[in-house]
Every structure is written in structure tokens, then in C-alpha cells.
Design a protein around this ligand. Structure first.
Ligand code: HEM
Length: 467
């Protein structure tokens, strides 16, 4: 469980001298206490220099417009792995694994072009039926009459199956992909870290790479297909890659295509449970799912930051950023900037221009899989609404100890007390509510649907183990 909040983050954020405000501390994300620090920085020092952090000195860019301004200027601000990469923590020496997210033009652009067909509109349309079927099965299989972890039963299940489709990987082995992905992102200093050193992490990543590399070699001999591994294997440009580069690109899709969407599935449920009147609106008008999805992604902000390295001296926000400086854009802050987003701390299902958030980044590295992520979330919420599923959130989310990915490790839920069972795709009907009462029959249709996500009074923080 998240540590008891014995430390008063609000007071500290409001009163500490500015030079002591360091938003790189994973504890503030673990405690879900990052908001006051960023409010202070946006107000008092939006281009903030941290002289001394566990990751060395860095600039914190916290306002929406500044983040965009910086990200579009890739000529002055590099993503290159050779300069340290895209995370506040430099890539540990000896463990580099380049991929196009860690490259600047022209190499970045060339490689991105090769893999982008995987998620083009034609392929997305082909995937839609499969995603909807799987979503239906996962929702139908949710346990009745007991508390369960939404993250494990829904978010991980759906996103790991999606990853299997992207890789054309055996779906029954999906949990192995989940494990590899978690090893890649775990903070080695986290209380419950899966690995305790970079060497250990690298060894497991190599195991993953060698496993997928076998598929790569096999697919090179087969006719081309739409999956990422086949596309890589049939590309003259990419098939020449060293094993380290293969590790890089396979890891990029492992984490990019999986963890971020998973956390949006969990964060969306949590967010709606916090704003019940918004939920009512969505319930009354299911067409609002289209606007709810980008709002979920903004509100959760699954990627907390990205880092760049200055290639030259640049005047920025009244400060001078020097060549070689580490510059960190905090999406989590930009998405809560009231000068760019109306009532940013509220979850609003019918926002005007809801896609104008920073969660997918900006500029040449803007998320390649953004439409796929939105599609998965849209189908999930359409199916929840359509089936009249009522889920009660029974405790707070347990957040990951990470300053990079805003992970939700667990979210305890159950069928809502006295709620109708869902009108299932199979419509076989006989399921029991969480209290064990007999199920009521439910009329199936697009109107007068009930959907519920309710937060029962939380009396204790959950102590669920991390997944
Ligand atoms: C809600 C879900 C997602 C979020 C919030 C997200 C977020 C991001 C962010 C912040 C970036 C970096 C942008 C930048 O540096 O400006 C990125 C890049 C990327 N994402 Fe996603 N992502 C999501 C889902 C996905 C999915 C499903 C895929 C799989 C197809 C994917 C694949 C990628 C790739 C390949 C890149 C590198 C793009 C480049 O460097 O040109 N992402 N994503």
C-alpha cells in the first residue's frame, strides 16, 4: 500500500524555499501528492532550475504552452540516447538500448515511418471487432459477490491481449509480456521493486529480446503481415539492426503499447468515481464516451514527464538554458495548467476541445499509438455503458513509485450493492450481485442504460499487494 502520508506535502509545497522544490522525487507520485508542488512552480517559477537532485541538475518546465514550445523545438532540444535519453535519469552507461523515441531526425523520422502502418486507420478498423469481443469477455468474466482488483482483472487483461495482437504473440502467454514490461519500468529504488539493479533489469530484458528475436527471425522467412515484428523483419532499414537496437524497439512497444493504456483504464474508473455528476451526464448521453476518453487520458496523464537535452544555449521563459542542460517537461503539470485548460482539476465529460491535452506529448515524437489507445478506451466505456455495468470503487488506488509513469498498481472494486447484473453480450443472465442477491433481468438497449461507478466511503487505504 502507499505509505501513510505522514509528511505534509501541502505545507511543504507552499512554504519551502523555491530552490528546495524538486519534483523528481518518486514519493510525491506514490503518495499522489504532486499537485501542490506543481501549482507552486506554475505560479512562482514556471521555468525552474533544480541545482541538486538525485538525477543531477535539471530544468523543470511546468506550463502548458512552454511544454509545447519546447517539444516542437527539437532542433535545440534533443531526445538522443547518446546525450542521456528521454527520462530524467540518464540511461545507465553500458545499458543503452536505442530506439526511435531516443533518436533525433533524420533517423527518428525514417524509423517511425517504417513501423507506423501497424496503427494506421485501416489496421485499427480491422482490430475493432476483436477488441470489442475481448472487452465483452473480460467484463462478463468479472467476479460477482466479492471484491476484486480492477487493474488486474480489466486493465492488465485488455492491454496485454492488445499487445499480443500487435506482436502476433500467443495470447495465453500474455502475462509473461506483462512481467517483462513491469521489469522494464520498475524503479529499482521502489519499496517493492521487481529488480534491484540495472544489471538485473538488463539480463531480464535480454531474455525478453532473445525470445522475441526468435519470432523476428521466423517472420523474416514468412510472407509480410501487419504485426510489428513482421513489419520490422521485412524492413530493409530495420532488419539490419543489432540485438541492442532490437531490444530498444521491442521494448518501446512493450511499454508504450501496454502500460500507458492500462493506467488510463484504471485512472478513468477512479476519475469518474470522484465526479459522480459527470458520470450521470455520461449515463444520460452515452455518445459522450467520445469526449470522455481524451478527458480520461488528460486526467490520468499516464506519462509524467519527458526529458530533452539542450543542444545550444537558449533563452527560455526569461532564463538561459545552457548547452548540455537537462530539460524536463512535466506533462502532469501542463495538463493541470488553468491558463490553458478550463477548470483543470475537474473531470469533465463534455469538455470543449478535450483532445487538447499533453498526455501524448507534442511535436515529432507525439505518441504513435494515440488512436489505438483511444480506441481501446472508447470500446471499454461503450461496453460498460451499453451493458449497464455498475461497479463500485471500494478504496483508493495504489500508485506506483515512479516519477516517469503514473502507474496504478491496484484499485479495489466490486459490483455495486443492489445493482442489476450487467446485460451480458451472451444474455444468459444468471449472475449475482455483490451482496449475493438474486439477479434482476435487464432490458438491453442503447437508451435508459444504467452505468455506475460509485465511491463507497473509504475508511481505510487499501493494502492490496502490488501486482
Ligand atoms: C493512453 C495511452 C498512451 C499514452 C498516454 C502515451 C504517451 C506517449 C508519450 C508521452 C510519448 C512521447 C511523446 C513525446 O516525446 O513528445 C509517446 C510516444 C510513443 N508511443 Fe505512446 N502513449 C500511449 C499509448 C501508446 C500505444 C497504445 C502505443 C502502441 C502502438 C504507443 C506507442 C508509442 C511509440 C512507438 C512512441 C514513440 C514515438 C516517437 O518517438 O516518434 N503509445 N507515447
Amino acid at each position: 500500500m502507499n505509505a501513510p502520508i505522514s509528511f505534509d506535502h501541502h505545507t511543504h509545497a507552499a512554504t519551502a524555499p523555491l530552490d528546495q522544490i524538486d519534483v523528481s522525487d518518486p514519493q510525491i507520485y506514490f503518495d499522489d501528492a504532486w499537485q501542490p508542488y506543481f501549482e507552486r512552480l506554475r505560479r512562482d517559477d514556471p521555468v525552474h532550475y533544480v541545482k541538486d537532485s538525485p538525477y543531477g541538475p535539471y530544468w523543470a518546465i511546468t506550463k502548458y504552452k512552454d511544454i509545447i514550445h519546447l517539444e516542437v523545438n527539437h532542433k535545440s532540444f534533443s531526445s538522443s540516447w547518446e546525450l542521456g535519453g528521454i527520462r530524467i535519469e540518464d540511461i545507465p552507461s553500458g545499458y543503452e538500448r536505442p530506439s526511435f523515441i531516443l533518436l533525433d531526425p533524420p533517423d527518428h523520422d525514417e524509423q517511425r515511418l517504417v513501423v507506423s502502418p501497424t496503427v494506421n486507420p485501416i489496421n485499427l478498423a480491422k482490430m475493432e471487432t476483436l477488441i470489442r469481443e475481448r472487452t465483452g469477455h473480460v467484463l462478463e468474466a468479472l467476479p460477482r459477490g466479492e471484491e476484486f482488483n480492477w487493474v488486474d482483472r480489466v486493465s492488465i487483461e485488455l492491454t496485454s491481449m492488445m499487445l499480443c495482437t500487435l506482436f502476433d504473440y500467443p495470447v495465453e502467454d500474455r502475462r509473461q509480456l506483462v512481467y517483462w514490461s513491469e521489469v522494464v519500468i520498475t524503479d529499482v529504488n521502489a519499496p517493492n521493486a521487481l529488480v534491484r539493479s540495472e544489471a538485473e533489469r538488463f539480463a531480464i530484458q535480454m531474455e525478453y529480446t532473445e525470445h522475441l528475436n526468435k519470432l523476428w527471425e521466423e517472420r523474416a522467412k514468412l510472407p509480410p503481415s501487419f504485426d510489428i515484428i513482421s513489419i520490422l523483419a521485412h524492413s530493409d532499414r530495420m532488419n539490419q539492426m543489432s540485438i541492442r537496437e532490437r531490444m530498444g524497439i521491442l521494448t518501446l512497444f512493450l511499454v508504450g503499447g501496454n502500460d500507458t493504456t492500462r493506467n488510463s483504464m484504471s485512472g478513468g474508473l477512479w476519475g469518474l468515481s470522484q465526479f459522480p455528476e459527470q458520470l450521470q451526464k455520461l449515463r444520460a448521453n452515452p455518445a459522450l464516451v467520445t469526449d470522455t476518453v481524451p478527458e480520461i487520458i488528460r486526467w490520468q496523464t499516464p506519462v509524467i514527464h519527458m526529458r530533452r537535452t539542450a543542444l545550444e544555449d537558449v533563452e527560455f521563459g526569461g532564463k538561459t538554458i545552457r548547452k548540455g542542460d537537462k530539460v524536463v517537461v512535466w506533462y502532469i503539470s501542463g495538463n493541470r495548467d488553468h491558463t490553458a485548460i478550463d477548470r483543470p482539476n475537474e473531470f469533465i465529460v463534455d469538455r470543449r476541445r478535450p483532445r487538447e491535452h499533453l498526455s501524448f506529448g507534442f511535436g515529432i515524437h507525439r505518441c504513435l499509438g494515440n488512436r489505438l489507445a483511444e480506441l481501446q478506451l472508447k470500446i471499454l466505456w461503450e461496453e460498460i455503458v451499453r451493458r449497464g455495468i455498475e461497479i463500485e470503487v471500494l478504496g483508493k488506488p495504489v500508485y506506483a513509485y515512479s516519477n516517469f509513469l503514473r502507474g496504478i498498481k491496484s484499485l479495489p472494486v466490486g459490483w455495486r450493492h443492489n445493482s442489476s447484473p450487467p446485460a451480458l453480450g451472451s444474455r444468459r443472465g444468471a449472475h449475482h450481485a455483490v451482496d449475493g442477491s438474486a439477479p434482476r433481468r435487464h432490458l438491453f438497449g442503447t437508451h435508459r442504460m444504467t452505468v455506475g461507478v460509485h465511491l463507497r466511503t473509504v475508511t481505510k487505504a487499501t493494502d492490496s499487494a502490488s501486482i
